[in-house]
Design a protein around this ligand. Structure first.
Ligand SMILES: Cc1ncc(COP(=O)(O)O)c(C=O)c1O
Length: 507
């Protein structure tokens, strides 16, 4: 399925809202957004100067202002990312190759060459439970830091599962249900993605089976209860349920697990059941596509207060919240409408962008998924169990890897102690207790704000606070009691796993 063009948007079809871009003369900050004015009028966003001031704490959109299309950045990039390859014959995969794992609607999105995909009404209706999400100006944090920078954060923790993950779980469940799939299998690292999919499956009447990385299963028992409350079945990974899990446990009985192993288990079960499909919470292009609603909303919200960011920071595990926020801004940057620095933040213990190689590798540990060109630490690299379980993935989204490779963005690493220190500062000023993953983004935002304090620059910093940490208080407890250690990547382990990356030749 290739997505309908922008012209077929239901809102545009109403006619009365489809004002030509040239009619917008009241609002220079909206006009600055490349390719946007038409959609801004579609969403009936009122004049920026009249609607909001920078002194506001919450910048909100009405339900009817919610973007009605997801954005695919690929057609706007100077070059396309290299194609995924079949794991056996190593030639580019076809849609048919993916059908045992994914429904046709999502495969079409994975491969689409359209820039915009209409969001089906049934999905918009579920999104309305928590969307549009608020954009906050961190006035108190700015004051506490004494910085002239203006810090904005897009808060995704108000979703039922507590993070950005339902933005893709809901469409993934819906497209599967449309094609008669009865069950979805998946992995979860932080517990956030498994919860999101359990919620989405319950909405559309699908069974849900989740492999939760052992370290996370032990540390967050109430994430499991949350998934069960929505009707899901949850296994610790590695598990006795799959052949790969049993092999792994036999070799290493006390294995803490990893996202790569849990993915192998979930894929193994889905591939053997004709009524089941597999769902992935990050990495794939259709997942990043669904998350662009974050950035599209943030663009509208910043326009309401007449701001454009100088720096955009986001944490990267598989890259979905980062790309979801960043890609619409990169579109504007490529169109010459703004010029933010785009910065990914990864944990020191699992730094795929900054320490990995850019090469074809498997998305899972067992080597069952297609080969994708990405920044990878090696598919059998088992990251040490840090508190940000959602960032313990050996690879990076191929799309994010490509954007990094062609210089559209930069990446840094931060250790977990600095992240939790920043999270405490943030919680004391802004009130929100962040999930361990976005503490990386908060720490990077604070670093930049303190730099601005030295230079006097009034930079506009934008970040995604992509989830709350209410199920992560054991991690906070570890930090508060002084027991948290910084975990650097183990170089010896890294070199060993890099040797196992498959050799593709000239592909
Ligand atoms: C709250 C939260 N943030 C970030 C991530 C990392 O994933 P991604 O890089 O795809 O956003 C996760 C993954 O589980 C998560 O739960």
């Amino acid at each position: 399925m290739s997505g309908p063009s922008r012209q077929s948007s239901p809102l545009l079809a109403t006619g009365s809202l489809a004002l030509p871009p040239s009619t917008c003369t009241c609002c220079p900050s909206f006009q600055k957004l490349g390719r946007r004015p038409q959609r801004i009028h579609q969403a009936r966003v009122p004049c920026a100067q009249a609607s909001a001031s920078r002194e506001q704490t919450k910048i909100l959109l009405e339900e009817h202002e919610m973007p009605r299309q997801w954005y695919n950045i690929v057609p706007d990039l100077p070059s396309a990312p290299p194609p995924p390859l079949h794991p056996e014959h190593k030639s580019p995969i076809t849609a048919e190759d993916l059908e045992p794992l994914f429904p046709k609607g999502l495969i079409a999105q994975e491969m689409t060459t359209e820039s915009y995909i209409d969001i089906p009404q049934e999905i918009l209706d579920v999104y309305k439970i928590w969307r549009p999400s608020p954009l906050f100006r961190a006035h108190r944090l700015e004051k506490a830091l004494g910085t002239p920078a203006r810090i904005y954060y897009k808060y995704e923790g108000l979703s039922p599962a507590g993070s950005h993950k339902p933005n893709t779980a809901v469409p993934q469940a819906w497209y599967n249900a449309q094609e008669g799939v009865k069950k979805l299998t998946t992995e979860t690292g932080a517990g956030q993605w498994g919860s999101a999919l359990a919620f989405a499956c319950s909405i559309f009447g699908l069974d849900c089976e989740v492999w939760q990385v052992r370290a996370s299963y032990d540390a967050k028992p109430f994430r499991k209860t949350m998934m069960q409350t929505w009707g899901a079945t949850v296994h610790p990974s590695p598990s006795e349920v799959t052949a790969f899990g049993r092999r792994t446990l036999e070799a290493t009985p006390d294995m803490p697990g990893s996202l790569g192993i849990a993915i192998s288990e979930a894929v193994e079960v889905a591939a053997q059941d004709p009524d089941a499909r597999y769902a992935l919470g990050s990495v794939l292009s259709h997942v990043l596509l669904h998350q662009t609603i974050i950035g599209e909303e943030a663009l509208l919200q910043l326009a309401k207060v007449g701001e454009t960011p100088d720096l955009l920071v986001g944490c990267t595990g598989g890259g979905s919240n980062f790309a979801g926020l960043a890609n619409p801004f990169i579109r504007e940057k490529l169109a010459g409408k703004m010029n933010p620095i785009i910065r990914a933040v990864e944990p020191k213990a699992c730094p795929s962008l900054t320490k990995g190689v850019y090469d074809y590798d498997y998305g899972d540990t067992a080597g069952m998924t297609p080969l994708v060109k990405m920044h990878t630490l090696g598919h059998d690299f088992i990251p040490d169990p840090i508190h940000a379980g959602g960032l313990r993935y050996h690879g990076m989204a191929p799309l994010v890897s490509h954007m990094y490779d062609i210089g559209l963005m930069e990446a840094i690493t931060i250790g977990q102690k600095e992240c939790f220190e920043a999270a405490l500062t943030f919680a004391k000023q802004e009130g929100i207790i962040a999930a361990p993953e976005p503490t990386h983004a908060i720490a990077a935002a604070i670093r930049e704000a303190l730099h601005c304090k030295e230079t006097g620059e009034e930079k506009v910093i934008l970040t995604a606070l992509c989830g709350h940490g209410h199920f992560d208080l054991a991690s906070y407890e570890t930090f508060l009691s002084g027991r948290m250690e910084d975990v650097d990547i183990n170089e010896e382990k890294l070199q060993k796993s890099l040797q196992n990356i498959p050799v593709i030749g000239s592909a």
